[in-house]
Ligand binder design. Structure first.
Ligand SMILES: Cc1cc2nc3c(=O)[nH]c(=O)nc-3n(C[C@H](O)[C@H](O)[C@H](O)COP(=O)(O)OP(=O)(O)OC[C@H]3O[C@@H](n4cnc5c(N)ncnc54)[C@H](O)[C@@H]3O)c2cc1C
Length: 518
């Protein structure tokens, strides 16, 4: 059932003066909030959702309003913002395994994986709970779990599972409403997923097309309303977290200068750092104090444990791990100390130490227990810059130098590693991409610092992508064109095939997409 609320009524209901994203970096005022209420469960709920989304899209086109689907408001950028209609699918979550009969012969023959069709509005947290209980797991996700599945994919959410890729690289098919009376089941032609009659059973048009699929892998919310996503799952696996303070000589191989650490990161020699064969290190990241990387950096390896056995069912709460900084406190401190010489560096040192220098607790955990919910008091600001790993040493030195020269705000630099993607606008477009995360408080000095780092990378001739769902204040049409090259035109061409009616394409756009990609 479709429920519509004028924005003023919605604000009354939530008791807030404005609608903000979770970090408070974006405030927006849609004209109307539209939510879907479940009338049934299981496959009927899924069908009703498709029907209702078609109707809402038709109404929006008829009324000349822009329509944006909301995930969980976790994007720091205004990628989910609109002053038109905002559609919330969070109450109509469903998930279903695709049976052998529903799969193509090639997909059905793959015993080592399973395929789950999950509603676009379902949260990663909800999915983790259900999958782990059934003995299955996502292969990767972001480091937290509060996003909606479709929201996470639309903006390119990634972790650091360097064998696998970003979440969009584990997608096997996408079911998307593209017109008031038309929805497509899209899968790559190179890897057909479902049996030939499956899509028709949903009333969908079966489209096997590598290019359209590659565009939808990072849709930026503008290629239709995603009602279902098929994710590839693997049997539950357990990971031990091993964390090393590099400057303290704690790595298995002993002391290592930071230049050598970065050199090995650039070459993906993670196994030589942590003393485990590469195929046992599922997720790897390195964190630096940019004010003094020689004296403070940490390496974390999530290593596959021998026990429990793969595929054993597990219960996860998906709750907060309790080891993150409090962004509200950080925001307060960042404001207070901005002008005090040496204070941003000191706060960064103390904060990093409190989070990373303590012993790692507990035994092995499944994916959804490690990468779990965070409390979201707001107040944080971050960007992810995707660079080609061959240029990682130069990029990190440029960023460290910029942070040290300005030194106006506490800031942490983290590196995560993602193989290249078929996704046209995924940030992991280099064969080996390092996502350099810059995180700090949501204060103007932090946005200014990120912008200065972007400027420096550009001046030094180091191309970089930016996470669409994080701070994107540096992005321009020219930058996007320069770094993605012909992929931009291919994304636009795929959009023209998905949404041939310009009225529908404009309905599904928003200022970010208009500004950067129109
Ligand atoms: C605490 C926190 C931790 C984070 N950690 C990570 C991390 O580890 N790795 C990482 O890569 N990112 C991370 N992010 C960024 C986050 O993953 C992305 O911004 C993600 O897009 C947010 O998902 P969402 O469901 O909240 O989507 P929203 O922010 O609500 O929306 C994102 C986009 O998806 C579109 N969209 C949503 N649903 C649909 C649909 N059904 N159909 C079509 N379009 C849709 C929206 O229109 C919008 O364009 C983090 C963010 C926060 C706040």
């Amino acid at each position: 059932m479709i429920t519509r609320l004028p924005f003023s009524k919605y604000l009354e209901r939530i008791g807030q003066p404005a609608l903000r994203n979770v970090h408070g970096t974006v405030t927006f005022a849609p004209e109307q909030l539209i939510s879907l209420t479940p009338e049934a469960s299981g496959s009927d709920r899924y069908r009703h959702t498709v029907r209702d989304v078609c109707q809402v899209l038709g109404d929006a086109v008829g009324a000349g309003k822009q329509l944006r689907c909301l995930g969980r408001r976790w994007s720091i950028s205004p990628i989910a913002a609109t002053d038109g209609w905002l559609l919330d699918l969070s109450d109509v979550s469903t998930a279903k395994w695709l049976s052998r009969e529903e799969l193509s012969p090639a997909a059905a023959a793959r015993d080592e994986v399973a395929y789950v069709l999950v509603a676009g509005g379902a949260s990663i947290r909800w999915l983790n709970l259900a999958l782990h209980r059934a003995g299955w797991s996502l292969e990767t996700s972001g480091a937290s779990n509060g996003q909606a599945v479709a929201g996470a994919i639309a903006s390119g959410t990634h972790g650091s599972s360097y064998h696998i890729g970003a979440l969009h690289d584990t997608v096997a098919a996408i079911h998307v409403v593209v017109a008031p009376a038309e929805h497509w089941w899209v899968e790559p032609a190179r890897a057909p997923l479902v049996a030939d009659d499956f899509a028709a059973g949903l009333g969908a048009k079966l489209v096997r097309d590598d290019e359209v699929f590659a565009a939808l892998q990072t849709s930026l919310g503008s290629l239709g309303i995603v009602v279902g996503v098929v994710l590839t799952c693997v049997p539950n696996f357990w990971l031990d977290l091993e964390r090393f303070s590099v400057a303290d000589g704690a790595l298995p191989g002993g002391a290592l200068p930071v230049t050598e650490l970065i050199d090995r990161l650039a070459r993906w020699q993670f196994d030589t750092l942590v003393g485990h064969p590469s195929d046992r290190v599922w997720h790897f990241d390195a964190v630096f104090n940019p004010f003094s990387p020689d004296s403070q950096s940490y390496v974390s390896a999530y290593v596959v444990a021998d026990q429990p056995a793969r595929g054993t069912p597990a219960e996860v709460t998906g709750e907060h791990r309790g080891d993150e900084w409090n962004p509200d406190l950080l925001q307060f401190v960042s404001r207070a100390i901005g002008g005090v010489p040496g204070a941003p560096a000191l706060v960064t040192r103390v904060g990093l130490k409190s989070e990373y220098a303590k012993p790692v607790s507990g035994g092995p955990r499944v994916w959804g227990a490690w990468f779990a919910q965070q409390d979201l008091p707001g107040g944080a600001l971050g960007a992810s810059l995707g660079v080609d790993c061959t240029q990682l040493p130069a990029a990190l030195l440029a960023i460290f130098g910029t942070v040290q020269a300005r030194a106006t705000v506490p800031c942490v630099v983290a590196t995560r590693f993602v193989p290249g993607s078929s996704s046209l606008l995924g940030m992991n477009q280099f064969p080996r991409t390092c996502m350099i995360d810059m995180d700090g408080a949501n204060v103007p000095a932090m946005a200014d610092l990120i912008a200065q780092c972007c400027r420096r990378l550009e001046t030094d001739g180091l191309p970089f992508t930016m996470h669409w769902g994080k701070w994107i204040g540096w992005l321009t049409r020219e930058h996007v064109q320069a770094v993605y090259g012909d992929r931009v035109e291919r994304w636009r061409a795929a959009r023209a095939r998905l949404l041939p009616d310009p009225a529908v394409a404009q309905t599904l756009s928003n200022p970010v997409v208009d500004g950067l990609l129109r």
